[in-house]
Design a protein around this ligand. Structure first.
Ligand SMILES: [Zn+2]
Length: 372
């Protein structure tokens, strides 16, 4: 009896292990066909017990197989030229060349997964796993890139797919918007294929809802910068700050659907944000950012090149110090006019601008309060 119990236990374990993609032992990968990466939806390809599996549809489309589905028998058929494979959803088998491989098809969260090598090689492709970059290459004579070229060419896309951040990053942050200049700033960010963080005033969010929606859609990070922006009002008592931020948060959420907890208080957190103020922010689950480079862009409306100089001297000053680089700018004509130049400079120094990521929060406040 005891033995049977153990066997049953292991069978149950195996059952769950076999079906849950979140469990360890599975590696998220991606797949390239010749010189392109395949696009995947929610369901990503995985290595399970040493075998690479892909969601059926994107792989078959990627290798340009013709597919049909027989709903009565639950059988998919994929054809390239004279070659044909059938996938049975009933017994999870794959048939080719008169051979039937039982239990080779997996169903994860309702999506059929097929083994990449078995299918790829049957249709005459080479299949190769680039382990370091977690990419399976499926290729025939139509590919041009070497493996190294393939990775270099797709580096940015791969980093995004695997949620890898560049090592040296800077945060470009814009305060007081949105306003008439924000669209121009978004245009430049888009053109340069990069992102920023916007600390916005509640009334301005209401005034420029379309700009806010675009900002979010283009993967910039929307953050909160108060309702009144008036130091006599917002700092009048310790509860006002969190309460103004919460009102801004709700307006942002109504307009864009985005729930942001990152704040920057007007004029920076010193000297106003003493302990009771900060306690209240913590209690309300807000994060509070100041900056490490002040461009003083409000001074340089007529001399915008000085904004770039401030970025340069600021970055030199932070060299070797283990501090996040958070650059303070405003949604202004002057800053918009030099933003492209700032991005180019930052990149030349080996840094990449990224937007705030709450999952990778860094402490950036003048009080060194690690709760915020
Ligand atoms: Zn401000």
């Amino acid at each position: 009896m005891k033995k049977v119990g153990w066997i049953l236990f292991f069978m149950i374990c195996l059952f769950f292990l076999g079906d849950n993609p979140a469990l360890a032992g599975e590696i998220k990968i991606t797949i390239g066909v010749n010189d392109s990466l395949i696009g995947f939806n929610e369901q990503k390809p995985l290595i399970i017990d040493g075998t690479a599996y892909s969601p059926m549809e994107p792989l078959l489309n990627g290798i340009k197989a013709k597919t049909t589905y027989d709903p009565q028998n639950k059988i998919y058929t994929a054809t390239i030229n004279e070659k044909r494979i059938t996938f049975s959803m009933v017994d999870k088998s794959i048939s080719m060349n008169e051979l039937e491989y039982l239990d080779t098809l997996k169903v994860l969260n309702g999506t059929p997964y097929i083994p990449v090598r078995l299918v790829g090689e049957y249709f005459g492709f080479n299949v190769k796993y680039l382990a370091k970059d977690q990419v399976v290459r499926v290729f025939d004579k139509n590919h041009k890139y070497t493996d190294a070229d393939f990775i270099t060419k797709h580096r940015k896309e791969l980093d995004k797919y695997f949620n890898i951040r560049p090592k040296n990053i800077v945060y470009l942050t814009f305060d007081d918007g949105p306003n008439a200049y924000t669209s121009q700033i978004l245009d430049i960010l888009k053109k340069k294929d990069t992102h920023a963080t916007f600390f916005m005033i509640e009334g301005n969010i209401k005034h420029y809802p379309e700009v806010v929606k675009r900002m979010v859609k283009e993967e910039n990070y929307p953050a909160l910068h108060s309702v009144t922006h008036d130091k006599n009002k917002i700092y009048a008592n310790p509860k006002n700050v969190a309460s103004e931020m919460d009102k801004t948060r709700k307006t942002l959420q109504t307009i864009s659907g985005f729930d942001s907890h990152l704040t920057r208080v007007p004029y920076g957190s010193k000297p106003y944000m003493k302990q009771p103020y900060r306690d209240d922010m913590v209690k309300n689950k807000f994060k509070m950012w100041d900056w490490t480079i002040d461009t003083e862009d409000w001074r340089y409306g007529k001399t915008p090149w000085k904004i770039v100089d401030k970025v340069k001297s600021g970055m030199q000053g932070l060299k070797g110090k283990n501090k996040p680089i958070v650059i303070l700018l405003h949604d202004s004509k002057a800053s918009a006019s030099v933003l492209g130049e700032i991005i180019d400079y930052v990149r030349k120094q080996g840094y990449e601008p990224v937007s705030y990521d709450p999952g990778k929060h860094e402490v950036v406040n003048f009080w060194g309060d690690t709760r915020l």
